[in-house]
Design a protein around this ligand. Structure first.
Ligand SMILES: Nc1ncnc2c1ncn2[C@@H]1O[C@H](COP(=O)(O)OP(=O)(O)OP(=O)(O)O)[C@@H](O)[C@H]1O
Length: 235
């Protein structure tokens, strides 16, 4: 089964076309990267995948986990890590554990507090990403790299089958970037989570990914795998 299947996807902001018949598929269990120049439409494509931008019959089709997007309702199977997720929320009044637990709302209910089981899940996933010691800290008081690890824990707390990341290490230092990559590689290789990651960091491609897709002129093509160890720098 394909975790993601995109066929003939088109999208315009007003009269400005961004996607122009994009096709792509990510089989279950794979680690795929999406690369492309600034403004190529990568974030637009991610927003369409997440149902944040409208998809009509004329825009082509998107399948998630074998279901058409408009019929898809298993959103707890999809984890999402945005770019610089907490950068604009320096004073956000929530602790690390509250941020992660909030993503369990579909099982807890919006106006209820989590029980022992939910708290255990939160602590378990924070410990997997090395952030358990920070669980009581306010999210806005952590470094960018630490915040991204918390957002990874938040995405993983529902044990998703598909993890979508939009430039998750942008603005994060080298050491934290490597740690972040080590974590997602582990979740992909050991737990079988399918990964679809937008990135400008070509150095990570050969080490991490099974497939690399490039978005250019509104269409997607699979590009030849990078050779391990070659340094192509940023796109
Ligand atoms: N809400 C919007 N309204 C109008 N145009 C938009 C909107 N969002 C993005 N665009 C335009 O659509 C194009 C694609 O933007 P998008 O953010 O998807 O590119 P990207 O590949 O993610 O870029 P980057 O690598 O810089 O993050 C750009 O030309 C951008 O200016």
């Amino acid at each position: 089964m394909n975790a993601i299947e995109i066929k003939g996807l088109t999208f315009s902001y007003g009269n400005t076309p961004v996607l122009n018949g994009a096709d792509c598929c990510v089989p279950e269990g794979r680690f795929a990267a999406l690369i492309g120049a600034n403004g190529a439409g990568k974030s637009t494509l991610i927003k369409m995948l997440l149902g944040e931008l409208p998809l009509t019959g004329e825009n082509g089709t998107i399948g998630l986990m074998g279901r058409e997007l408009k019929l898809f309702d298993s959103w707890s199977q999809v984890g999402y890590v945005p770019q610089n997720g907490m950068a604009s929320y320096k004073d956000f009044p929530a602790s690390v554990e509250e941020i992660v637990q909030a993503n369990l709302y579909s099982r807890i209910g919006l106006f209820r507090f989590g029980g022992k089981k939910e708290k255990e899940l939160v602590h378990q996933v924070l410990s997997q990403v090395g952030m358990e010691p920070f669980q009581k800290r306010l999210i806005g008081k952590l470094s960018g790299g630490q915040q991204q690890r918390v957002l990874l824990a938040r995405a993983l707390v529902n044990q998703p089958k598909l993890l979508i990341l939009d430039e998750p290490t942008s603005g994060v230092d080298k050491e934290n970037t490597e740690e972040f990559y080590r974590l997602i590689k582990k979740f992909n290789r050991e737990d079988g989570v399918t990964v679809f990651m937008v990135t400008h960091d070509r150095n990570c491609l050969s080490e991490l990914t099974d497939d690399v897709w490039q978005l250019q002129d509104g269409v997607m093509k699979r590009v030849i795998e990078e050779r391990k160890g070659e340094n192509h720098g940023d796109i």
